[in-house]
Design a binder for this molecule. Sequence first.
Ligand SMILES: Cc1ncc(COP(=O)(O)O)c(C=O)c1O
Length: 386
Amino acid sequence: MPQAGFDTLDIEILRKRKSEKWHTYPADILPAWVAEMDFPLAPPIQETLQEALEKWDTGYPISPDKTGIREAFADRMGERFGWAVDPGDVTVLSEVVQGLYLALGSLTEPGEGAIVQTPIYPPFLDAVEKTGRQLVENRLIRGSDGWEIDFESLEAAIAPNTRAFLLCNPHNPSGRVLTRQELERLAEIVLAHDLVVVADEIHSDLTFDGRVHIPFGSLGPEVAARTLTLNSASKSFNIAGLRCSVAHFGSPALRKRFDSQLPQHIRGGMGMSGLYATISAWREGQEWLDQAVAYLEGNRNFLTRELAERFPKISWAPCQGTYLAWLDCGELGWQGSPTRRFLERGKVALSEGGNFGSGFEQFTRLNFATSREILASVLDRMEKAL
Ligand SMILES: Cc1ncc(COP(=O)(O)O)c(C=O)c1O
C-alpha cells in the first residue's frame, strides 16, 4: 500500500502550524507532547474541505440532526465494531472533553463520586474537580498485559455516594486496549453498584496487532442503558481543531438528563469544517486510516526496540493502541520531573506525568504520531538529557 506521506514530513512546514503542539514552544524545542498527529490530512478530507471552500460554504451549519453525522457514526460502529447504533440515540457536540463535563454535570449530583482509572488523560481529573464531584482514583496496575484494572481495589473504592465510572478505552496514556473479559468484569461491577458509565472511546480506531476495540455500550442492553459513549474522528484523523464529536445515549433516560443540563446555545455547536471533515473521515477515510495505523504500529515497534537499546532504565509496557507512550523514568534516579529535564537538557517537549494523576511524577508521555525520522530525533534529544 502506498505511504501517504507519513515518512517524509518537512519539519519546517510543521513548525508553521498554529496548532498547540507546534506553536507552544520556541523553535529550538522539538515537540512530542499533546496528542496531535504530524501526518498530512487524509486526501478525502482535504478534498472535501477544499470543495466546501470553493463553494464559500462558511455560513451556519444546518441542524446537527440533519447533517448525516449521526448516521455516519452509526454505520461505522456497526461495520467496524459490530455495535448496532440507532442514529436517533446520537447527538452532536463540539468536543469530547465538553461531553465529559456535560455528562458529569447531568448524570451525577454535586459531591457524588466519579471513578477514574489513573494515570488518566488530565481533563478527566479536571472535569471531576471543576464540576464539584468527588474524585475517586483507582490506579491501574502493571500486569502481564500491560496496565490493567485493579478490580479488587476498584470494588473497595466504591462508596454509597459513588455514582459514575469514567472509562477511557483505548486508554490514554497507557495505550491499553481492554479485552472483552476485562470489560465484562467491569460491566458486572457497574451493574452491581448501579453506576453510570461515561465511556470516552475517542481512540477506538487506533489499535495494533490485530486488536479490535469493543465499545462498552455494545456489551448488552443492561450495560447500554447506563452508558453514555463519547467519540469523534478527531484523534484518528487529526481533525481535533475542527471541533466536532458525538455522544451516544444507551437509554432515553440518559438522554433526557443530559439534554436537560444545558440549553443548546450555551453548549455551543460544531463548525461547518468539523461537519464536512467528520463525515468525510467516517465515510471515505478508511483507506488512509489503515495506512496511518500500520505506520503508527511500525513506530511503536521502532520505539520499543530503541528504548530497550538506548534507555534500558526507562520502563514501558508497549502500547496496544493510541499513539502515546507512557514511560516510567523512575529508575533513571533523577531528582524532580523527568519531563522538565528532557525539556531543559534535551530540548524535547513531552507531557508531564504528574498531570495524569498523583504518584506519576516520574513518568512522561511521548507522542509518536510523526515520521520515523522525527521520532528518531526525539529519542536523540532524550538521550542528550541522560
Ligand atoms: C482520551 C481522550 N479524550 C478526549 C480527548 C480530546 O478530545 P476533544 O478534543 O474532542 O475534546 C483526547 C485528546 O487527546 C483524549 O486522548
